[in-house]
Design a protein around this ligand. Structure first.
Ligand code: CA
Length: 231
């Protein structure tokens, strides 16, 4: 899951960026509205955290432009104080939720989890064969036992689970897993997939390599035709 933070207050931006990274999100940060607009036009995100009081282009204008492009990207708006007008304008312009600064980080993280779930239109638990993934607590269980995944492995597994039975290209995985100042190469993706496979063996769903294209997390009873094992 990749999050764009548009916030000109460095301390707030660094706080939420750190918290989200720790939870395994890929995070990008911009400090003004014009850069946010450009990033949203050119890159793929799973959530936008948007301060309304931004220089160069206001948060409301960023949001209006986003929705005018028919984007359904979930947006969590941050408002400077308990300013009811700003909140109403934000919701009217298409925000999904808002938080009033200052806020507690655990509450912020809970809202982010709720919004990234809503964005996928999936129920809280995703079940694929013997694997059950609890999206709100980000815990994967295999045969009822919690499996220990690293933050990066979990991020990759999430993307594959949300698209179970469908092809996910390596480029898509890179796009969802890394922010601008992080490096996740295609080779690294292959390593993460290898580790995931080991941890999912022998009872979990198979991650099938579609040669030259990407990966597919197999749904039981739905083997993919053109699939090859190995990577
Ligand atoms: Ca601001």
């Amino acid at each position: 899951m990749r999050v764009l933070i548009a916030e000109d207050d460095r301390i707030i931006a660094e706080g939420i960026e750190h918290a989200l990274r720790k939870s395994g999100y890929a995070v990008d940060h911009v400090g003004n509205g014009a850069d946010a607009d450009t990033a949203l036009l050119t890159q793929q995100f799973d959530l936008l955290v948007l301060d309304l009081g931004l220089p160069r282009l206001s948060g409301i204008d960023v949001l209006k432009r986003l929705r005018a492009r028919k984007s359904a990207l979930p947006v969590l708006v941050l408002t400077a104080q308990d300013d009811i007008d700003a909140r109403v304008r934000g919701l009217d312009a298409g925000a999904d939720d808002y938080m009033v600064k200052p806020f507690a980080l655990p509450e912020f993280e809970a809202r982010v989890r709720a919004l990234t779930r809503r964005g996928t239109g999936q129920p809280t638990d995703i079940e694929v064969g013997q694997l059950v993934y609890d999206q709100s607590n980000r815990i994967a269980r295999l045969n009822g036992q919690a499996v220990d995944f690293s933050a990066r492995e979990l991020c990759l597994l999430e993307i594959l689970l949300l698209r179970a039975g469908r092809l996910v290209s390596k480029e898509q995985l890179v796009g969802h897993m890394c922010g601008w100042d992080e490096e996740v190469s295609i080779n690294a993706i292959e390593v993460y997939v290898h580790r995931l496979r080991k941890k999912l063996e022998p009872d979990g769903p198979r991650i099938v390599t579609i040669r030259g294209l990407g990966y597919c997390l197999e749904k039981p009873g739905k083997p993919s035709d053109s699939a090859n094992d190995g990577s």
